[in-house]
Design a protein around this ligand. Structure first.
Ligand SMILES: [Zn+2]
Ligand SMILES: [Zn+2]
Length: 276
């Protein structure tokens, strides 16, 4: 089996494998609070990688950054286990192109809620990279990062295991680190990301009148680090911030990008302006 076949097998099987191993382990292995705290911390670091990196930078170019910081964002996001940067961005751009139309790969309007949440990941039809991410496949940097996907996922699992083992000096501590710092983090990140695709196209407020069924759900703004203001995002996809109606709309990813701007790590940040 060559490298690409190994990656493909890992990708297809990992959704089920990681979920099953996490759920069984959560029942069988006593949870250590330090491992859970580590998992929550790592969850938020990866969520920023996915929302600010995969979503707002690589999919929508909502800001500009240096080659080295883009590399960091891509590596961080790839360790989330949500497939490589080119797959993520091309399928997401496809979603915006056909949002809630029959061609949409994960619409709960034209398909079931289950299909929009997770079922579509196992479907044969996926967005073509050449059509939806030509800018990404032209970049040798991004192609190289994309092909190292498996390495970053495994590193993202090995790291919390090593930290857990180092803190407790036991194999059980390492196992706890792997389960709660690794698999729990992946489990939570998957479902919160998928919830934006499924629930945020089903229920919630719709301050922007649009052709699709995208919605804002305030209650999910913390775990989704601002991604749940999804109707705002669909109204202005290239924007770095989703707090269109009020500063109380806690768009943590937008704040993160603004912070990157202050630190000189992001520039040309695109912001939504209300029409007067
Ligand atoms: Zn959407
Ligand atoms: Zn988007």
């Amino acid at each position: 089996m060559n490298h690409s076949e190994t990656v493909s097998l890992f990708i297809k099987g990992r959704f089920i494998f990681f979920h099953v191993v996490f759920i069984i382990s959560a029942f069988l292995v006593p949870m250590e609070s330090s491992a859970l705290l580590l998992g929550v911390f790592l969850y938020f670091t990866r969520m920023f990688g996915v929302t600010a990196g995969y979503h707002r930078y690589f999919s929508h170019r909502a800001f500009k950054t240096s080659r080295s910081f883009a590399f960091l964002l891509a590596c961080l996001a790839q360790s989330s286990g949500q497939r490589g940067v080119i797959w993520w961005a091309s399928n997401h751009r496809h979603h915006h192109r056909f949002s809630d139309m029959p061609q949409d790969l994960h619409s709960p309007v034209t398909g079931t809620l289950f299909h929009a949440h997770v079922g579509w990941l196992f479907a044969k039809e996926q967005a073509g990279w050449g059509k939806f991410a030509p800018d990404l496949i032209r970049s040798r940097d991004i192609m190289a990062i994309n092909s190292s996907y498996l390495f970053w996922v495994l590193l993202g699992l090995a790291l919390p295991a090593a930290i857990g083992g180092a803190i407790t000096q036991t194999w059980m501590g390492a196992f706890n680190g792997l389960i709660w710092g690794g698999l729990f983090r992946i489990f939570l990140l998957d479902h919160v990301t998928w919830t934006v695709n499924s629930i945020c196209h089903t229920v919630g407020s719709q301050p922007h009148k649009s052709d699709d069924n995208s919605r804002n759900i305030f209650l999910l703004c913390i775990p989704s680090v601002g991604g749940s203001f999804h109707n705002n995002h669909h109204a202005f996809p290239i924007g770095a911030r989703n707090d269109h109606q009020s500063k109380l709309q806690l768009d943590l990813s937008g704040m993160f990008i603004e912070l990157l701007g202050v630190l000189g790590l992001a520039n040309n940040i695109k912001r939504y302006k209300k029409k007067s």
